[in-house]
Design a protein around this ligand. Structure first.
Ligand SMILES: [Zn+2]
Length: 187
């Protein structure tokens, strides 16, 4: 686990050596995704956005969470992004394409599985799950040592990218009275 101090404001979490060029690109993309959030939430989507880029830095797809508007519990932003890019490229195995997935927040336990089976090679996320749960009340599931498990499978992860911006976007979602969706449970 690598932790890099970032202007003494926040620390990047990673399972690899930090490449500053990749990090700078990720900061820009994730900032843009956070800024785009209201476009999705005003239509009942969100509050999570994901994008897939190819190895040359070209945007292939950008999607949001659409659980509520689609009435589908697995339509998280990452799931929608993977589904769209596989359809676009005509393959269920993205591993030959060296694609990068950018997400406004850390993937939940379902999306971690989906990323693993998709062939995505690099994952960059904004707000960590602990912050998402604290601010919104969404349940992110249990994810033991997922960064290490991804490393074993050759998938690079950088996280906690521009977290303050992500926190603001989530707070805005909650403060606007939007839906926090999850199945009912006793505890
Ligand atoms: Zn998810």
């Amino acid at each position: 686990m690598t932790e890099l101090s970032k202007n003494s404001e926040y620390k990047i979490i990673s399972n690899a050596e930090i490449d500053s060029e990749k990090l700078q690109r990720a900061e820009k993309i994730i900032t843009d995704l956070q800024i785009s959030m209201p476009l999705y939430t005003k239509n009942g989507s969100g509050p999570f956005v994901a994008a897939v880029y190819d190895k040359n830095g070209n945007l292939l797809v950008q999607t949001s969470n659409s659980v509520v508007i689609d009435n589908c519990s697995h339509n998280h932003a990452e799931m929608n992004a993977i589904k769209e890019v596989q359809k676009k490229l005509g393959t269920y195995d993205l591993s030959l394409y060296e694609l990068s997935l950018y997400i406004t927040a850390e993937p939940c336990m379902m999306c971690i599985g989906a990323i693993l089976w998709s062939g995505i090679k690099e994952v960059y996320f904004g707000v960590p799950s602990s912050t998402v749960e604290k601010i919104t009340g969404f349940d992110e599931g249990f994810k033991p040592e997922w960064l290490e498990e991804f490393k074993k499978r050759g998938i690079t992860v950088y996280g906690n990218i521009e977290p303050e911006l992500g926190e603001k976007a989530l707070l805005q979602y909650v403060n606007s009275g939007n839906k926090i969706y999850k199945p009912e449970r006793k505890n």
